[in-house]
Design a protein around this ligand. Structure first.
Ligand code: GDP
Length: 329
């Protein structure tokens, strides 16, 4: 393994916008070694005052909906305005496959060559909670590195959406016409999370169907309760392939940021997200310590068996383990 830089080298490199140092710092964030965890915490503490200045945008949709094509087109739109963009991912499948939705950079070939863009694949080998944590911290590093827009991509499968929603300001749901809600794995909850629904592939023979889908989703959105953000969610058409509707989506986002900054939702949402993350860290850390504690490990299997065989109520087994942990853990 390459030698570590010093804390000072990491922080000054990140703040100076050095991509290589940024990448190496992200590797430290993703590491599971205790020494790296300490270093990561120090880096984060140092760069914290320089974070928070980007627009954090989550993007989701089923595989094949056109996420990478869209990000390529959207990234081009953002960079054409002179703004820089970092693309990150939370990919629940990366653990199993060892691959990643962004692992294959050729999917965003043009964007990856753009000097205003930075693409980082989803980390592998971590639990979903671990991936979420490292993506969030990577986002903070990118912000300190001066990126104006952070895009976080995820696949439409459920829990990962909630995690992305919990770390972004704006949530974009990409959908297709005629694929059927069920096929798209879209539950009402995910539509409710979306600030904007974009019906992609509104081009060629698919254009009419896409326009009908826009009208249908627009109808459905009317039935949802009023959003806390004060922004009224919409459905819009786009073609990532033909680059139509992309600028309009950016304009909608600008409108969202304008409204939510003025009405205070933007700040309030970030504060609540920070608090959620703090509690999340507490939960994760305590759980790790609990299950790694030798006294708990010694007792766990026998109590699991007792609970499994109905010889011990789950609550009393949990209490016994927690007692042992609190006394000796
Ligand atoms: P992802 O799995 O969601 O990342 O989807 P991809 O971006 O890989 O796109 C899946 C397929 O849909 C590819 O063959 C793309 O060329 C195609 N595609 C993506 N966007 C559009 C679009 O706007 N119009 C059309 N016609 N095809 C598209």
């Amino acid at each position: 393994m390459r030698h570590r830089l010093s804390l000072e080298e990491y922080t000054s490199g990140i703040l100076a916008g050095d991509r290589l140092v940024l990448s190496r710092a992200i590797t430290i964030i993703e590491s599971r070694l205790t020494a790296d965890k300490d270093l990561a915490a120090q880096i984060l503490r140092q760069i914290l005052p320089r974070t928070g200045n980007s627009l954090r945008i989550g993007i989701t949709g089923i595989p094949g909906v056109g996420k990478s094509t869209f990000i390529e087109a959207f990234g081009k739109q953002v960079t054409s305005l002179g703004k820089s963009v970092a693309v990150l991912a939370i990919d629940p499948s990366s653990k199993k496959s060892g691959g990643s939705i962004l692992g294959d950079k050729t999917r965003m070939e043009e964007l990856s060559r753009n000097s205003l863009a930075f693409i980082r694949p989803s980390p592998t080998g971590l639990s979903l909670g671990g991936v979420a944590r490292s993506t969030r911290e990577t986002m903070l590093l990118c912000e300190a590195g001066g990126f104006d827009v952070i895009l976080i991509e995820t696949v439409g499968v459920g829990q990962s959406e909630t995690l992305v929603k919990g770390m972004t300001d704006f949530f974009l749901l990409l959908m297709l016409a005629g694929a059927g809600d069920e096929l798209q794995g879209i539950k009402k909850g995910i539509m409710e999370m979306a600030d904007l629904i974009a019906i992609n592939k509104a081009d060629g023979l698919n254009k009419d169907a896409a326009m009908r889908a826009v009208a249908e989703y627009q109808q459905a959105l009317h039935l949802f309760p009023k959003t806390e953000s004060g922004f009224i969610s919409k459905a819009v058409p786009c073609s990532a392939l033909e680059n139509t509707g992309i600028a309009a989506i950016w304009d909608e986002m600008m409108r969202f940021f304008d409204i939510t900054r003025k009405n205070g939702f933007f700040e309030k949402n970030r504060q609540l997200q920070n608090l959620d993350w703090m509690h999340d860290y507490i939960r994760q850390t305590l759980e790790e310590q609990f299950y790694n504690s030798p006294v708990v490990k010694r007792k766990l299997t026998s109590l699991e068996e007792a609970v499994g065989n109905n010889l011990e109520p789950p609550l009393s087994a949990a209490r016994q383990l927690i007692d042992i942990f609190m006394k000796n853990g």
